[in-house]
Design a protein around this ligand. Structure first.
Ligand SMILES: NC(=O)c1ccc[n+]([C@@H]2O[C@H](COP(=O)([O-])OP(=O)(O)OC[C@H]3O[C@@H](n4cnc5c(N)ncnc54)[C@H](O)[C@@H]3O)[C@@H](O)[C@H]2O)c1
Length: 742
């Protein structure tokens, strides 16, 4: 019997003959359920109705099932609205969140059992709704993930998530397993963690199982209470007042700093505080404390920056914003990977994993087989971790054919070249395979620095030639930079975009330039770090400034990894090309440091000697003590360069070069700059990426925007040199209150 009213609602109310009410979340105005106004008002109506019916007849309702009619159970908060909230909106926002949470609390306290029947992903706000239930059943489908990923967007689970998960799992497990990392759990793992109580195999079994649980517990008064509302409830692992936990608690902020390498993530700090402070007080007070923290995060700048990159930009790229429209989706079936070295081996694995047949070609069969053995090694590791099986391994390896014979490339509709970084050799290998692969095969080069337009002169079909820049290690790195040469056709670009998505990586698209976007820009951060070394900044200050800004590693470590011999070669090639094209080229002050390290025979980790010392296994042991003689640190720690400037100089120079890439048309989209810089070259994720760092820059005064960025860049230029001076283009954008193209 359906008793829904005709009025528009996002929460349908149906009662069956057993007195079980099913609340079905089903927003008629959108494809997914979110915490919009309609949902909030519909939820209030539904909860009021439950209480009204029970007031009239306490036996009229046996229990409540909460489920959803959408593909995902519930998609969470409304991020578009959140990213518009300003500091002055805080009081209104606080009241709105509190009102919503009051209704949620009423459902939780209903004197009848509530069961969540989770039919699809319940992340963030979705999982918070299920926490109101005393029993959670989820369909065992890998898409039905549960968890609270808010931290990855600079937010916290502020609709009761921090408070209830803390009470459910205890402070330590709540923070470490669920809240701080924002981990998403597949159903079986969620069951193991205690985030859900029961799995069913199919969607069809979900409602019957939920209703059965209610019928089985209809006479059990405790079943209607959440654990934390039951008499005698004790928090798992103890409350902050219990001596064991009290002794351990002071270590948490340090642990967090260690995890983030000292980088500032306001959301993680707020989660820690909300969890611990909330655990010391009654649940209603705890929920209010949580509301205070979420309000301050929503109106702050950090969440806006992170939401821009990790939500809006990623979504746009996945939906094809950077792909030319009007071309059919391309699916590669057989790929020729030329060169089975470090990159080729990884590319072969990634392609085979996505189902392509791979012909892996090197100069000898042995070299090609060594490349294939890399896939075997990765798969053995995955099996030992329970992430793959012998059958899957056999299946994947069977798709990779190692060879030295170009005739084996017959039928390939895709070519990815990854031989040595030498334009003549690259021309040669493309010429060698041209007659064997399909006449319309997409031709891609994985060069990391050579301009695509020049490389394309070596093939008959430059329109089908494109750069596909992978990052190392290929199997782990999520990004591929697609480089469009002058003659590359839109059709080829669309195909390349599809190929990257086919191998389940994220594409960014840029126009041709030496070093494209990523390789070009990261060099500036490294060089700036090294030039500060020459200025007398202590090497550890430089490394720490980088990691405290949110870079994964500092510029000295990065130089050792990248190999300074290679960096010298790239700098020389760049200078030569500039001279040839009659362009201005100012050597960077950091180049001298690199040259000196090479001359000293300390070029890289690979050679066992660089800025750091390494043991036999290749592990870093300490900064090379001789460095202090080569580049004596200023005895006054702040004397050379104040720490704030050490941080800003690296960030700003990388950002300013990003702006130059927009100016030159290398970059045409802020989404590409943000995602490319974060996922490809480790630009600090908490900034939202290199473009967002400029447009969302927050000055010490609290003011936000490109104008503030330009002002600070001018300050740096006045002190440290003209390379920090914003260009007329950037200044123009700031003056006109404009931004980079989305
Ligand atoms: N190493 C990185 O981090 C990285 C990142 C992105 C792009 N790249 C680019 O990828 C390419 C390969 O780099 P790598 O690090 O894998 O180098 P590598 O030295 O590990 O491998 C190169 C392979 O090419 C093979 N090769 C040489 N001539 C060949 C020929 N005529 N036919 C077939 N194979 C031949 C070599 O035998 C070797 O196995 C370079 O252009 C490099 O700039 C490297």
């Amino acid at each position: 019997m359906t008793t829904s009213t005709d009025q528009q609602t996002a929460v349908r109310y149906d009662k069956d003959a057993d007195g079980i009410v099913t609340l079905t979340l089903d927003d008629p105005t959108a494809s997914a359920n979110t915490m919009n106004e309609l949902f909030q008002s519909s939820f209030k109506v539904a909860v009021n109705r439950l209480y009204d019916e029970l007031a009239a007849d306490p036996d009229s309702i046996t229990g409540v099932v909460v489920t959803s009619a959408k593909k995902t159970f519930f998609a969470g908060g409304n991020l578009s609205l959140m990213s518009q909230a300003r500091p002055e909106d805080a009081p209104v926002l606080f009241a709105e969140v509190e009102a919503m949470k009051a209704d949620m609390r009423r459902l939780e306290k209903l004197p009848k059992p509530v069961v969540a029947a989770i039919n699809g992903a319940a992340l963030g706000g979705g999982y918070e709704i299920t926490l109101l239930a005393q029993h959670r059943i989820v369909v065992d489908d890998p898409r039905a993930e549960v968890g609270l990923p808010e931290a990855s967007l600079g937010l916290l689970p502020g609709a009761g998530g921090v408070t209830r998960v803390t009470r459910m799992l205890g402070i330590q497990s709540a923070l470490m397993d669920v809240l701080l990392q924002g981990t998403r759990y597949k159903p079986a793992d969620a069951l193991k963690k205690g985030l859900v109580h029961e799995l069913v195999a199919t969607r069809e079994e979900l409602l019957p199982a939920a209703k059965q649980w209610i019928l089985d517990h209809r006479d059990d008064a405790e079943a209607a209470l959440s654990p934390w509302d039951r008499p005698g409830y004790k928090m798992p692992g103890g409350s902050p007042k219990s001596p064991a936990l009290a002794a351990f608690l002071p270590a948490f902020p340090a642990l967090l700093r260690q995890q983030t390498k000292g980088a500032d993530y306001p959301a993680q700090r707020a989660i820690l505080s909300a969890s611990v402070e909330g655990a010391s007080v009654d649940i209603d007070t705890a929920l209010r404390i949580e509301t205070r923290y979420i309000t301050s995060l929503i109106v702050g700048q950090n969440s806006k920056n992170m939401i821009q990159a990790f939500w809006f930009d990623l979504q746009a790229i996945n939906a094809g914003r950077l792909r030319p429209q009007g071309y059919d989706t391309f699916r590669a079936t057989k790929v020729a990977v030329l060169g089975a070295g470090m990159m080729g081996a990884g590319i072969a694995y990634s392609c085979a994993r996505s189902g392509m047949d791979v012909v892996l070609k090197d100069v000898s069969l042995e070299a090609a087989e060594r490349g294939k053995a890399y896939s075997e090694k990765l798969l053995d590791k995955a099996i030992s971790r329970g992430k793959s099986t012998e059958e899957k391994k056999a299946e994947l390896l069977a798709r990779i054919t190692p060879t030295a014979d170009p005739a084996d490339l017959a039928g390939c509709d895709l070519v990815i070249e990854a031989v040595f970084e030498d334009p003549t050799l690259k021309h040669q290998v493309f010429a060698e395979v041209a007659a064997h692969v399909n006449a319309d095969a997409l031709l891609c080069s994985n060069t990391s620095t050579l301009p695509i337009t020049e490389l394309a002169t070596g093939v008959d079909r430059p329109a089908d030639f494109i750069g596909l820049h992978f990052f190392s290690p290929v199997d782990k790195m999520p990004l591929v930079e697609i480089i469009k040469g002058k003659q590359t056709s839109d059709a080829a670009l669309a195909k390349a975009y599809d190929v990257v998505q086919q191998i389940r990586k994220t594409p960014i698209v840029v126009n041709d330039s030496r070093g494209f976007y990523t390789s070009r820009v990261i060099g500036f951060m490294i060089n700036e770090g090294l030039s500060m070394l020459a200025e007398g900044v202590h090497p550890m200050s430089i490394e720490r400034a980088a990691t405290q800004s949110g870079y994964p590693v500092g510029p000295l470590q990065l130089s050792d990894e990248l190999n300074m011999e290679l960096m010298t070669k790239i700098a020389k090639a760049t200078a030569d090309a500039a001279a040839r094209d009659g362009l201005d080229y100012t050597p960077h002050p950091g180049d001298k440091v690199v040259e000196r390290m090479v001359a000293l025979g300390r070029p890289s980790r690979l050679k066992g000697a660089g800025f750091y010392e390494y043991d036999e296994s290749g592990a870093r042991t300490r900064i090379w003590p001789g460095l202090a003689e080569e580049f004596p640190p200023n005895p006054d720690p702040e004397g050379a360069v104040p720490f704030r400037d050490v941080k800003d100089r690296m960030l700003f120079l990388e950002a300013l070069e990003t702006a130059k890439c927009f100016e030159e048309g290398v970059l045409t989209s802020a989404a590409a700059a943000n995602i490319g810089s974060i996922m490809g070259i480790g630009f600090p994720p908490n900034t939202g990426g290199a473009a967002q760092f400029m447009t969302g820059y927050q000055a010490a005064s609290g003011a936000v925007g490109l104008k503030e960025f330009v002002y600070r860049a001018d300050e740096l230029a006045d002190t440290y040199g003209e390379r920090f001076r914003p260009s007329a283009y950037l200044r123009g954008l700031a003056d006109r209150d404009e931004s980079f193209p989305a």
